[in-house]
Design a protein around this ligand. Structure first.
Ligand code: PEP
Ligand code: MN
Length: 347
């Protein structure tokens, strides 16, 4: 339920309403707008009624939240969420902050995996030079086969922190299990939840319990509603900085690794205030298709791009076939800038 306060309501009235909701058994989520304050009352609504809530002093009207996801929905928060990443890691020095959800479209670039200290530091410098705003690379890798490279784990996180120190780029890296969240959050500026874990509810809850922003990838078989409900787990846990990212879904099609379902970008933006990113690397799995699909992502309104880049894609330990060289990445960023401008954005 949404409690809309009358214009000019006092702080005391809002605080009283928050207390009252907690007493009733609902969780208040307060948004102070320019003209009006709104509280989303989240929880099992059977504990109350619209009439009871409308009786709280200062409340002008009570509206139902129709979407099954609440905090993620535009009904609760119609203005786009704009927030910074960078600066939350415990390992110093801290990263340069980057804003997501605004007019600027940040690019998160880097290899699929951290392979070595020199590899990640070299790539960090190269992608920064080409125009990236954040560095991505997995230290914990979700691999289809147990015989494939599994990532360098904490050693990889240490190298990522060194790459941040060398370049100032915030670090986006995947966390695979709830137990690893404190460790990854110690080093990372943003926790990536991968496609295979989008409905790992214990992991979503663990990421909701920390302050580090979360990049939640779309499950490869998830519907839009399931996706936003997964985001809701993180939001309702108390972590408001959640970014979404389309990364391709499973279909009957086999000429690409995944079907890049870009229509979900504008569709999500109709339903949610959260920033929506796109990952054309996993979205296609094919290097030659990545530039065109990056441009398409920007044209359709993506708030950020996640892209795999390596100094030597041929020798990449993971996902080489979809990874751009530094040269191709730099060229692509240049080509994307006029497209961003054409849709009223900057890159
Ligand atoms: C990745 O970003 O390297 C990755 C494993 O992504 P996804 O979960 O989308 O497959
Ligand atoms: Mn990858």
């Amino acid at each position: 339920m949404i409690l809309v306060f009358r214009a000019g309501s006092t702080n005391a009235e809002v605080e009283h309403a928050e207390e009252r909701l907690k007493e009733i058994g609902l969780k208040p989520h307060t948004m102070i707008g320019v003209e009006r304050t709104v509280i989303a009352a989240i929880g099992d609504e059977r504990v109350t009624s619209a009439e009871e809530l409308a009786n709280i002093p200062g409340v002008e009207k009570v509206l139902p939240i129709l979407a099954p996801y609440k905090l993620a929905s535009k009904e609760v928060n119609p203005t786009p969420s704009v927030f910074e990443i960078g600066g939350d890691s415990l390992v110093k020095p801290k990263a340069t902050k980057v804003t997501f959800g605004g007019a600027f479209i940040p690019v998160i670039a880097g290899p699929c995996s951290v392979e070595s200290r020199t590899q990640i530091i070299e790539i960090a410098h190269a992608v920064k030079e080409a125009g990236a705003s954040a560095l991505r690379a997995g230290a914990f890798k979700p691999r289809t086969s147990p015989y494939q490279f599994q990532g360098l784990a904490e050693e990889g996180l240490e190298y990522l922190a060194e790459a941040r120190e060398a370049t100032g780029l915030p670090i986006v890296t995947e966390v695979l299990t709830p137990a690893d969240v404190p460790l990854v959050a110690k080093y990372a500026d943003c926790l990536q939840i991968g496609t295979r874990n989008m409905q790992n509810f214990l992991l979503l809850k663990a990421c909701g319990a920390v302050k580090t922003p979360v990049l939640l990838k779309r499950g490869m078989c998830a519907t839009l509603e399931e996706y936003l409900l997964a985001a809701e787990y993180v939001l309702t846990g108390g972590n408001p900085r959640v970014m979404l990212c389309e990364r391709g879904i499973r279909t009957f099609e086999s000429y690409v690794r995944n079907t890049f379902a870009l229509a979900i970008v504008p569709a999500l933006k109709e339903k949610t205030h959260l920033p929506v990113l796109a990952d054309p690397s996993h979205g296609t799995g094919v290097r030659s298709l990545v530039p065109a699909m990056t441009k398409a992502s920007i044209a359709c309104g993506a708030d950020g791009i996640l892209i795999e880049v390596h100094t030597n894609p041929e020798k990449a330990l993971t996902d080489g076939a979809q990874t751009l060289s530094v040269k191709d990445f730099a060229k692509l960023i240049k080509e994307c800038r006029p497209i961003a401008e054409a849709v009223g954005r900057k890159m």
